[in-house]
Structures are given as structure tokens and as C-alpha cells.
Design a binder for this molecule. Structure first.
Ligand code: DP6
Length: 326
């Protein structure tokens, strides 16, 4: 029997957001972004190329995946087949220890782990930069889950120049993420569809033109461990992305009443002296970033807010890594 190669990766939360592509097929983003990997939340993916398979297969959290997910994975594996000598189909088995499709970027860790496991299973030895570029082709934000710690994705203007790199290791600053889950439902408009409508918003051009400034402020705040500057720029950037979403055609309203309640509570807590800030992806759940030693305190406060079903916590995570060598 052929052996499976297994890789593990963490999802990431963007502090400066990726929203909109200048090249949809290659997933070259309209703007650069910054994120942190989330240790404690994991995708574990095993890949085995098997000449006896009539097609690629995908098992997701213990059950056969639907056609759309399988086709997206298969198209990604085609990239790996083009890059390598391998021509056979693959069996892919993937597990998440967190809910899929509700604002925790499952596609990021999914394609980071798949890219690492599949390229290794195909006999390729890719550099971190090459792996980041490969993962980007599966899901843009996945390129940021390849390197560890505090990561910047350089937008670039071609396949070769669009990749992510770490600018500070996970141990640089002990931050925590308390994810307030207000809905476990799969979002109705996924990110891929959302990116394609971003340019219909009157606000998108302004958001893109001003992103370099926010990237600089965010990078500097992280390097200097300046929590207040980070809080301000991250909330602003999240609000800007949601303003674009809300003013696109068709409008995308990802927030639920509980989402707004959490945003307001977090701002009150910060004014009251508790260092914390929010950021929200393409879903209703709210990521509340705090110092690692305040995780339990912030999580307990969040748990008491109306509409919060569950709170997941994470610390700053490392790079995508292989679990079983071939
Ligand atoms: C709102 O990377 O999920 O989370 O490339 O189509 O898979 P695809 O999109 P994806 O978009 C992420 C959007 C975001 C912001 C971010 O993570 O930067």
C-alpha cells in the first residue's frame, strides 16, 4: 500500500485584510495583508498519490466531501502534478479541530496543509516561498499559513512575486485570540465569490490606495509591541473591509446582532483599561485579540455576552509542518 504524507497547519487571522484580487485565477490580491497564525486550531491533511484511483478523493472531517470541495482540491492537485513527475490521482484525508466555513479561515489552513503534504508526497522539495506561492493558488490567505508567527503577504504583481513571509517569530509577542462564535452555520457567500464583487464598491479603490499606510503602521506596532497602535489600525482595517462588503453589489452583510454587541463591548473594555481589540473575517464570528495572559479573562467576559455560543482560544502559531516523512 502507498504511504500517506501528513502535514499540519494553523489557520491565520488577518490583522490587515485581503479583500479583492487583481488576478482572480492566480489569486494575486489587490493589496498586501498581515496576519498571525493561530496555534491550537489545526488542520491535519494526509495525501497519497495512488495509480489505482479513478479520480481524486477527499475525506473531510471523516465524511466524503461534496463535489465543489473535491473539485477545488483536484484543481489544486493539478498544479502539483504539473510541477512534478506524478500523474496519478490522490486520496486526501483532512481534519479540522474547529468549525468549517464560519469566519475561522478553514481554507487557509486547508490549502497550506494540502500544499505541503501533496508537494512532499509528489517528491517535490519546495522552499518556503515556493510553498507559499503554491498554497496561494488554492486559497489566497493560505499563503500566510505557510510561514510561522507574524506574517506579511506581499501582494506582488505576478505568480512569482506574490507570497508571504514571516517578519517576527511566534515567540516575538505573546498575543492571544479569543474567537467568539455566534454562528456555526456555513456562510452563504464564501470569500472567493466575495473577492470578485469587491470592486463594485465605491469604497474599494480608497481602501486599496490607503492599505500601504496601514500595513506600515501594523508592522511597526507589532515590531515595537505597541498594543494601542495595533488595536486602532486593526479595528480600522476590519471596519474598512466590512464597509466595502456592505456597499458591494450585491451587498454582503456578514454581521449578526451579536457581532455588533461584541464589537461594542470590546471597545468599552478597552476604554476601561483591558487591552483587547476585535477583527472580523467574512462571517459573523468575532476574533478578539488580547495579551496571552488575559486570554482566560477575555474569554470569560465574551462567554457572558448575548448570542455567544462558544469561545475558542488560540495563541500565536508556528509554520506549516510535516508530520510523517515519506
Ligand atoms: C476576509 O483566502 O478565504 O478572511 O482566496 O477565495 O480562498 P480565497 O479567499 P480567502 O479570503 C480571505 C478573506 C478574509 C480576509 C483575510 O484573511 O485576509
Amino acid at each position: 500500500m502507498n504511504q500517506f504524507t501528513t502535514a499540519l497547519s494553523n489557520p491565520n487571522i488577518a490583522l490587515i485584510k485581503y479583500w479583492g484580487n487583481r488576478d482572480e485565477r492566480l489569486r494575486i490580491p489587490s493589496n498586501g495583508s498581515i496576519s498571525i497564525n493561530l496555534a491550537g486550531l489545526e488542520t491535519r491533511t494526509s495525501v497519497c498519490f495512488d495509480p489505482t484511483l479513478p479520480q481524486d478523493t477527499l475525506t473531510l472531517n471523516g465524511a466524503p466531501a461534496g463535489n465543489a470541495a473535491r473539485e477545488r482540491v483536484s484543481a489544486f492537485l493539478d498544479q502539483v502534478r504539473v510541477m512534478s513527475e506524478v500523474r496519478s490521482f490522490a486520496a486526501v484525508v483532512s481534519e479540522n479541530n474547529f468549525p468549517t466555513g464560519a469566519g475561522i479561515a478553514s481554507s487557509a489552513s486547508a490549502f497550506a496543509a494540502l500544499g505541503l503534504a501533496a508537494s512532499h508526497a509528489a517528491g517535490l522539495q519546495l522552499s518556503e516561498q515556493e510553498l507559499s506561492r503554491l498554497a496561494r493558488r488554492g486559497s489566497g490567505s493560505a499563503c500566510r499559513s505557510i510561514p510561522g508567527g507574524f506574517v506579511e503577504w506581499f501582494a506582488g504583481d505576478s505568480d512569482e512575486t506574490s507570497f508571504a513571509e514571516s517578519f517576527a517569530p511566534a515567540g516575538h509577542w505573546a498575543l492571544g485570540d479569543c474567537i467568539a462564535i455566534v454562528s456555526q452555520a456555513h456562510k452563504s457567500t464564501g470569500s472567493t465569490e466575495g473577492h470578485s464583487t469587491a470592486s463594485t464598491s465605491l469604497l474599494q479603490d480608497t481602501r486599496i490606495a490607503t492599505t500601504p499606510r496601514r500595513l506600515e503602521t501594523c508592522r511597526r506596532a507589532i515590531i515595537n509591541r505597541d498594543f494601542n497602535s495595533l488595536a486602532e489600525v486593526v479595528e480600522l482595517d476590519s471596519n474598512l473591509m466590512h464597509a466595502v462588503m456592505m456597499t458591494s453589489q450585491p451587498p454582503l452583510l456578514y454581521w449578526q446582532p451579536a457581532t455588533l454587541g461584541i464589537m461594542q463591548a470590546v471597545q468599552e473594555w478597552r476604554s476601561g483599561g483591558l487591552p483587547c481589540f476585535y477583527t472580523i473575517d467574512a462571517g459573523p464570528n468575532v476574533h478578539v485579540i488580547c495579551l496571552e495572559n488575559k486570554i482566560e479573562h477575555v474569554a470569560a467576559r465574551l462567554q457572558r455576552l448575548p448570542g455567544v455560543l462558544e469561545v475558542r482560544t488560540a495563541t500565536v502559531g508556528g509554520p506549516a509542518r510535516l508530520i510523517v516523512q515519506r
